[in-house]
Design a binder for this molecule. Structure first.
Ligand code: PEP
Ligand code: MG
Length: 596
């Protein structure tokens, strides 16, 4: 069935707007993902991990049984027959956690299908529950509910979450939710998901970045969407314009088909730029690289003509899994990416979880203010074994291609010194064990994303090999605006004079120290803002791969002298509207300049 089959007789055709964060146009059926819902990670395990997965299952079953025992105590306290009946049901559930068909089936699947425990529970639960549900006998058919009850209890215990499942989703689904974590977003399959609409979120939030990486048409910060959308409704999404139409009429559907055709046509045309250099009209060469969030992105990175990976966010190795990856596992992941880049540079950033990015494997506690809490390098320094394993894996990956090592959220020289000490210790250990390492060792760089770091850039530059400016956080911390909070999204302004001055000062500090500098925040992937960055002296940009063609096209239509002059003029202004108007001139469209 096509998503547009069965149009209602009188469509509501409700137009809602939000932040368009993942370009593209999608149409499909709504799936409302309720608050507290969880997704079920699925991954293959090596033979050596079968026993430990079975132990995780046994542990979850044991904890589940204790939960039910508590519930039974409460049930027995209820008055009358209700308590007795409930106790009887809970007793049956407790038995199912012991030696039931469900548990036996899961144990078997972990071994034969080499699946992680939660995925094995999901599959066994679905197959058993379906079998019971199709039975003629109503008593037996009702057992399907018990199986699902117990299955979901186990999944929640195994994933450390509460709530209901997210996957699998049928084809042409438009997922609508209040919020979705970056880890849950990473589990969406672009083949099935035609769009993503959230009531919350900011344009540079990690969920938005993940949606862009997956190439999903996505609109965030649509406050009323959950009031209007119902599962099964037809919906159209334009992630470029930030437009959502619930229950569209035939005319709107035709309009969105035209929008989609236009989007695909533009993308095809931009594809022709792939092998052309990002060079301004007056001959200044700019390096354009890709930010990578997921291991599966390399094809897109190559298709979009990236000259390397300017930011590899390693969080994907730690998300949606209950245990930490070993040094060898991380090395294998990184090696595959470095080799996949065929000699092009790869900048690997150490773990940056905390804030809005969480990892169940790390069991981070609640933070009163996550963005200002134990995040990124602070977390790594508080768990030296974690950092040592990561540094070892990154250094070893450097044997297979040009690698640079990048540290997120450095706030002081002291933190940088501590990393140097740990890195030297790791190198000594690896050399003592005759583990081959690249010579020279990968350069060590610092992300400038805290205003204090930008203002200390002169000093930091003397202690590291390169800078990468993370404008997403730099804007967040300079302007005191939570990048994921839609309530303050209109205030999140990359062109704020304070932000531009911090970038300008950092670029100057790098030039004085003679170290390379790039920008890898979302600002770099916006053609208009990239023009401002050029004007500030930045000649290396890293962005979501899908943004590379448009940014490259604009660079090829710009003159550097013009960008510098306009940016200098813009830096002298203090009125936000005038600054924005001047920046608009750095977006050169076809009508104003002949295509180069
Ligand atoms: C940034 O802050 O600009 C950045 C690139 O890092 P992240 O978005 O992962 O915080
Ligand atoms: Mg950051």
């Amino acid at each position: 069935m096509k998503p547009t089959d069965g149009l209602p007789a009188s469509p509501r055709c409700l137009r809602l707007t939000g932040l368009g964060v993942g370009p593209g146009v999608g149409m499909g059926r709504v799936h409302v993902h309720e608050a507290g819902a969880v997704s079920v990670p699925e991954y293959r395990i090596p033979a050596g991990r079968v026993e430990s997965e079975r132990e995780r299952l046994a542990d979850a079953a044991e904890r589940g049984s204790r939960q039910i025992a508590t519930l039974r105590t409460k049930a027995r306290g209820l008055p009358g027959a209700a308590g007795e009946e409930l106790d009887y049901l809970l007793d049956a559930h407790q038995q199912m956690l012991k030696d039931s068909r469900l548990i036996k089936g899961v144990i078997e699947r972990i071994g034969t299908e080499r699946l992680n425990a939660e995925a094995a529970v999901r599959r066994e639960m679905d197959s058993l529950a379906d079998a019971f549900a199709s039975m003629q006998d109503p008593y037996l058919a009702a057992r399907a509910d018990d199986i699902r009850d117990i299955g979901w209890r186990l999944i929640r215990l195994l994933t450390g979450t509460t709530g209901r499942p997210l996957s699998p989703l049928p084809r042409n689904t438009v997922l609508i939710a209040h919020d979705l974590s970056p880890a849950d977003t990473a589990l969406l399959t672009p083949r099935d998901v035609a769009g993503l609409v959230l009531a919350s979120g900011g344009s540079d939030s990690h969920t938005a970045i993940m949606a862009r990486s997956l190439g999903l048409p996505a609109v965030l910060a649509v406050p009323d969407v959950l009031r209007h959308a119902r599962s099964g409704d037809l919906v159209c999404v334009d992630g470029g314009d930030g437009l959502v139409v619930i229950d569209p009429d035939a005319q709107t559907l035709a309009e969105f088909r035209a929008r989609r055709a236009e989007f695909l046509r533009t993308r095809r045309n931009l594809g022709r730029l792939r092998d052309l250099p990002a060079e301004t009209l007056d001959g200044a060469r700019v390096t354009v690289m890709a930010n990578v969030e997921l291991a599966g992105e390399l094809d897109t990175v190559h298709q979009c003509g990236a000259e390397g990976i300017g930011l590899l966010r390693t969080e994907f190795m730690f998300m949606n899994r209950p245990t930490l990856p070993s040094e060898d596992e991380q090395y294998a992941f990184l090696r595959a990416i470095v080799e996949g880049m065929r000699g092009r540079p790869v900048t690997i950033r150490t773990l940056d979880v905390g804030g809005d990015k969480l990892s169940e494997a790390l069991e981070l506690g609640e933070s009163p203010n996550p963005a200002l809490g134990l995040r990124a390098i602070r977390l790594s320094l508080s768990r030296p074994a974690l950092l040592e394993a990561q540094l070892a894996a990154i250094l070893r990956a450097g044997l297979h291609g040009p690698v640079r090592l990048l540290l997120p959220m450095i706030g002081s020289i002291e933190e940088l010194r501590q990393v140097h000490v740990i890195r030297d210790r790791v190198v000594k250990r690896l050399r003592a064990a005759s583990v081959p390492l690249p010579d020279p060792l990968p350069p060590l760089g610092v992300m400038i994303e805290i205003p204090g770091a930008a203002l200390s850039a002169d000093t930091l530059a003397r202690h590291c090999d390169f800078f990468a400016i993370g404008t997403n956080d730099l804007i967040q911390y300079t302007l005191a605006i939570d990048r994921s909070d839609p309530a303050v999204a209109p205030l999140y302004n990359p062109l704020h004079p304070a932000v531009l001055r911090l970038i300008q000062f950092t670029v100057g500090a790098a030039a004085r120290a003679g170290i390379p500098i790039s920008v890898c925040g979302e600002m770099a992937g916006d053609p208009r803002l990239a023009g401002v960055l050029l004007g500030l002296g930045v000649t290396s940009l890293s962005m979501s791969a899908n943004n590379i063609p448009r940014v490259k096209q604009n660079i090829r239509r710009l003159s550097l002298a013009d960008a510098e002059a306009r940016t200098a003029a813009l830096m002298a202004l203090d009125d936000a509207q005038a600054i924005a108007a001047l920046a608009d001139h750095l977006l050169v469209n076809r009508e104003r300049t002949a295509e180069k």
